[in-house]
Design a protein around this ligand. Structure first.
Ligand SMILES: [Zn+2]
Length: 484
């Protein structure tokens, strides 16, 4: 269906900024899902006449972090503008936004596709604005409005139309969310609407330079909805054009249960917001020392961490991505590697055993009692043969809960691995005497039974036997049996 057409997709991402107070007034930013409606409001964010806005410096710093992390050119001279439109969620009748002179321009972001290919997506602009209130439409008619969200600092990140599929849209949006979380400016909680993604989607016959008519897709509350909604829309438009129809410029919604898009609102002509410079705010000047201070304080970003984990530590791409996914996990891993652990072994333990323990406890990795250095200590004990793998897993579970060191746990619980040959040889004697059948089979050529014997001895030591020593002793003892 799509062979004849080229998809052209651009993404607009709105991210609420995690500041304490709102963009232009001192009201607290509250959780718009749990807070009682209209409890964090004042005359400024309610749009009362005569009230004057004041720019939130922290919000500008957060916007700077994002614009720098996305490689944008920072505009030293910022102008806020009034975007005029009438809707009940907008008490002033206009939204204060940035129009001609936004904080960041001409950035880019590299995404990695499922076939491992890296693709660069242009970022047209990053600008600051304020969020609107929230409307709840009632089934019986009428609507409720909550202005807690009115005036919350909002960042809009607009990509170039470089995206070509639902998968690319998803990879781009996932990376943006990850970076926002790394920068501590947004929780990434799409269910709560603090991160909202809206693709503009059109298709054009391959080889054509002119863009086709685009639609704007809304109501996407997950990355899966973004990918599926985008692909659905591409197919719908191709079918429409193939059957001689034309695409209408409109806003469409995504129906999550029916897995299809539906028409919400058609735009007969481009909306006229009658932008003009906000007369109540002076130009916002961002000087070079401020920009450089923010740039220096940026954390190592996830895409750089992934590349470093592969190049420096030899990790597989999926391991590097899993460790870098969350900043707290990546920093925990970095600390453990810095404490002298073997990165490959650490990655294995963190992604398997530690993740399982953390998930079972419903915690995040930075909230557990065990330190990165204590995992390195535990793995050194495994390496030296002081404890075997089964015991090491038990010890790790206790470390996660109590924060005690592996050495202390081993001593207090008597968990040291049994490598004492005399003790193991005695157990082997008993097991051989009690199992004449398997012994005969083994001697008759069924050598795979050796593993079964090792298992019996391990059970007798309650998992504390040293498997390498047991293996060697068993082989030797069974060979003696043969010659008698
Ligand atoms: Zn307020």
């Amino acid at each position: 269906m799509l062979e004849r057409y080229e998809p052209v997709i651009g993404l607009e991402i709105h991210a609420e900024l995690l500041t304490q107070s709102k963009m232009f007034c001192g009201c607290r930013v509250v959780d718009s899902v749990t807070a009682a409606p209209n409890t964090a409001v004042c005359p400024v964010c309610l749009g009362m006449p005569g009230m004057l806005p004041v720019i939130n410096r922290r919000a500008v710093e957060f916007a700077l972090r994002v614009a720098l992390a996305l490689g944008c050119e920072i505009q030293p001279h910022n102008i806020f503008a009034r975007k005029n439109y009438f809707y009940p969620d907008l008490p002033k009748g206009y939204q204060i936004s940035q129009y001609e002179l936004p904080i960041g321009l001409n950035g880019s972001l590299d995404i990695i596709l499922s076939d491992g290919v890296t693709k660069r997506i242009g970022i047209r602009r990053v600008h600051m604005e304020e969020d609107t209130g929230k409307l709840t439409h009632l089934d019986k008619g009428g609507s409720l409005v909550d202005y807690n969200r009115s005036g919350v600092p909002l960042l809009e990140i607009v990509s170039e139309p470089d995206i070509r599929s639902g998968e690319e849209a998803r990879a781009y949006a996932t990376r943006i969310r990850q970076i926002l979380r790394y920068l501590d400016v947004n929780t990434g909680d799409m269910e709560k609407g603090v991160l909202r993604i809206e693709p503009n989607i059109s298709i054009r016959p391959r080889g054509d330079a002119a863009f086709g008519t685009r639609i704007e897709l809304k109501n996407l509350n997950s990355f899966r909805a973004l990918a599926d909604g985008t692909d659905f829309e591409l197919t719908r438009q191709a079918e429409l054009l193939d059957s001689g129809g034309r695409v209408v410029q409109e806003t469409r919604g995504w129906h999550d249960a029916r897995r299809e898009t539906f028409s919400q609102r058609t735009k007969e002509e481009a909306e006229d917001y009658r932008y003009f410079a906000e007369p109540d705010l002076p130009p916002l000047l961002i000087d070079t020392p401020w920009i450089e201070a923010v740039r220096v304080a940026l954390p190592e970003l996830p895409q750089l961490k992934e590349a470093r984990y592969q190049a420096q530590f030899g990790l597989a791409p999926y391991e590097a991505a899993a460790l870098a996914e969350d900043r707290a996990v990546a920093e925990w891993f970095d600390a453990a590697a810095g404490a002298g652990g073997n990165p490959k072994t650490l990655a294995n333990w963190i992604l398997n055993d530690l993740f399982r323990l953390v998930n079972e406890r419903g915690r995040s990795i930075d909230a557990i009692a065990a330190s990165p250095a204590s995992l390195v200590e535990l793995l050194a004990l495994v390496e030296r043969g002081t404890v075997n793998l089964t015991t090491a897993r038990e010890i790790l579970a206790e470390m996660v809960d109590s924060g005690r060191s592996p050495a202390t746990i081993i001593e207090s619980r008597g968990l040291g691995q049994i490598s004492d040959e005399a003790a193991l040889a005695a157990l082997i004697e008993t097991i051989i005497a009690e199992n004449p059948g398997p012994v005969a089979n083994y001697l008759g050529g069924k050598e795979s039974l050796l593993g079964w014997f090792v298992g019996q001895v391990m059970r007798a030591t309650r998992g504390q036997g040293n498997p390498a020593v047991i293996n060697e002793l068993l082989r030797k003892r069974l060979k003696e049996q043969q010659s008698t």
